[in-house]
Design a binder for this molecule. Sequence first.
Ligand SMILES: *Cc1c(COP(=O)(O)O)cnc(C)c1O
Length: 355
Amino acid sequence: MSRFLSKKFDGLVPYVPGEQPKDRGYIKLNANESPYPPAPGVQEAAVKAAAGLQLYADPDCRELRRRLAEFHGISPDTVSVTNGSDIALAFIIRAFGDKEKPFVWPDMTYSFYPILSRYCGVPFTEIPLRDDFTIELSDYEEVPGNMIIANPNAPTGIAMDPEEIAGFARRHPERLLIVDEAYVDFGARSCIPFTQELDNLIVVQTYSKARSFAGGRLGVIIGAAPLITDLETLRNSVDPFNVNSMTIACGIASLDAAEYYRENCRKITETRAITAQGLERMGFTVLPSSANFVFAKHPALPGDTMLKGLRERGILIRHFSFPRIIDWNRITIGTPEQMRELLKQTEDLLKEVNS
Ligand SMILES: *Cc1c(COP(=O)(O)O)cnc(C)c1O
């Protein structure tokens, strides 16, 4: 830290993404990336857009927003896009949070929320998940503040009923509810339809997971027009060109290739079921996942032993050192071949640890 850093950033601890080591080839099951490449049309769109990189992109991303609105069957003034969804969450916390307007979310959820909140100087409360790792919305009735719910939740993969979430928003018109749907395409149902009737519900989605675009960066925000206007004001006050012209082109081409991505999601959910069965056969407890990962623990294999053992065997998974989930690991669903290798190496590791 230099002597020039503002006091407000004293002790700010940044997010640590899943590691991307290059020391050898790894099977990467640690960052919930898609094992499948973007659709061919998306790669072509990027190359084509690159020929015009000397020009600024449309700061309002009108064409992409129109296409997104059409895709979701909603009004174009209820959609906005950002350079990945993490920055969308930052705009949301910054726009709608302050000392008088704190935020609330579960104790076990996407670990970026508290980091963004500290960065924005917005206080927050964390409500424990129930013992079975589910979110019980009645626990939030008495705790004031705007809420962020990841649905499906991470790292558990457990999904909630969108009607239940919309019902909470309806009962609490003074509170803003943000639903982070990063994993919705892997088996959960979206809250998007409810954003068209409730003025206190925002859905955030990302192209990083189900649309194979983590390296490209595209986030989508859907909510009532006045909320979108506020967020656009913030975006245009920081970085109006925050979605670049290649990303815009790729976003549109991804919508053209919707069927390709649906098929990928189908393959991934199928592979997820086989992986969960394989792990359960070895004695793992696996939470019911609606995401592109499973959250699992084994009575005879401590979480970090599994992490280290698999890394030595060329497979990366994700371990979190929070006391409550110290025994657990989050394993991204890759291709069927990658998951066969995961099961095989895990079985070997179990034999080694227990001999
Ligand atoms: C991956 C993820 C995001 C962020 O994705 P971006 O790559 O920034 O678009 C947001 N929320 C959750 C719960 C995620 O897992």
